[in-house]
Design a protein around this ligand. Structure first.
Ligand SMILES: *[C@@H]1O[C@H](CO)[C@@H](O)[C@H](O)[C@H]1NC(C)=O
Ligand SMILES: *[C@@H]1O[C@H](CO)[C@@H](O)[C@H](O)[C@H]1NC(C)=O
Length: 354
């Protein structure tokens, strides 16, 4: 860690004030900790310790030792599980291995939500994985909703720099009172900072963790052109090394009461290694976004003529996107090499409208 602060050029280029603060906090707390990624000391749970089936119970299949669980989608039903508790902020993570082969129309989601409790003013933080026709890669999107902001979603879409059906990879959501960080393995891929301008759009009420697999035939792949083909089923998404860390709250507990009671736990969360966007991690995040991001709500001026106050418009990113918010295919070195694997439209819902 000391190595990073001794490189002032890198520190200047990579650190914004909040990241610097978090970095210093974690640096103090983690001094002397072993070298390695941000997740070297996670406390993982057995399925029955923290979760319960949500729907399609017969298709929720824990392993014999209970340390992993498979969610199946067959022609009768998808399936899902939910955390047994609600959390006021925290760190939520799992290794996920996606179904392989022909997966058009399949949606796997790993997300936080309180939509069951707050119907009109719900909060949500999403990882969504969209299957594809054979030979074409899964796409992944993240989204953030706060206080029922469903009319103005904050979607981002990415390709993955690996095959998510071959091995399990870790997907994590850090949610603190001031920052949200989405991680894929050790790499932060998106940071959302709370600002006054964002107002209630920043998720603030306790949420549960959900994982689901379902048939999204009518929109998931090329605007519904490719349906789930059950000849290739059942489809299985495997979740392992499950992590739930946060302040557990009762759904009827008032938010201010929970906030007071959770202060200590939140301080510990902020001091965790993964809460620190070190210069190295910021650089890795920039690199991921430059090479893998295929859509951003921040660059979609057709849908949002006025850019959101929380958008950090990066000139190097901006020039790669069309006014639809989609990548300009063909102008990007790396993309042109891969073109045969890349569907023409990154966002099926947009394609349906075009
Ligand atoms: C790892 O986590 C355990 C349990 O949370 C904790 O007691 C221990 O001190 C941690 N070790 C390190 C090196 O952070
Ligand atoms: C959330 O939305 C409700 C209903 O629209 C509103 O009354 C409330 O003030 C909002 N809360 C925040 C924090 O913006």
């Amino acid at each position: 860690m000391a190595r990073e602060v001794r490189n002032p050029r890198q520190a200047e280029a990579g650190m914004a004030p909040l990241a610097l603060l978090l970095f210093l906090a974690a640096h103090g707390a983690a001094a002397g900790a072993a070298a390695g990624g941000p997740f070297r000391n996670l406390t993982t749970l057995r399925f029955d310790e923290g979760y319960a089936p949500l729907f399609g119970e017969g298709n929720v299949v824990p392993s014999a030792d209970g340390r992993s669980v498979r969610l199946l989608l067959d022609r009768y039903t998808g399936s899902g599980f939910i955390s047994s508790d609600l959390y006021s902020h925290g760190f939520f993570s799992a290794k996920i291995k996606l179904p392989s082969d022909y997966t058009a129309g399949i949606v796997v989601a790993f997300y936080m939500s309180n939509g069951d409790i707050f119907e009109k003013t719900h909060d949500e933080l999403d990882f969504e994985f969209l299957g594809n026709v054979r030979g074409r890669p899964w796409k992944i999107q993240t989204n953030v909703y706060g206080n029922g902001s469903t009319s103005h979603g904050r979607e981002e879409r990415y390709h993955l720099p690996f095959d998510p059906t071959r091995d399990a990879h870790r997907y994590s959501i850090l949610w603190t009172p001031d920052t949200i960080i989405f991680y894929i393995d050790d790499t932060p891929i998106r940071e959302v900072r709370r600002s006054a301008a964002m107002g209630g759009d920043y998720p603030s009420k306790p949420m549960s963790l959900y994982a689901t697999i379902w048939d999204g035939s009518n929109w998931a792949t090329s605007g519904g052109r490719y349906k789930v083909n059950y000849k290739y089923g059942p489809f299985a998404a495997e979740f392992s090394e499950l992590v739930l860390r946060g302040c557990r709250v009762d759904p009827v507990e008032m938010v201010p009461t929970a906030a007071a009671r959770c202060a200590e736990e939140e301080a510990a969360l902020l001091a965790a290694d993964y809460a620190a966007l070190t210069p190295e991690r910021s650089a890795a995040m920039r690199q991921f976004r430059e090479t893998e991001m295929t859509y951003s709500f921040c660059y979609d001026t057709l849908r949002y003529p006025v850019t959101f106050p929380d958008c950090d418009v990066v000139p190097a990113e901006l020039e790669r996107f069309k006014e639809s918010g989609h990548l300009k295919f063909g102008t990007h070195r790396r993309r042109s090499r891969r073109r045969s694997r890349v569907p023409r439209s990154a966002d099926p819902r947009h394609q349906a409208e075009m």
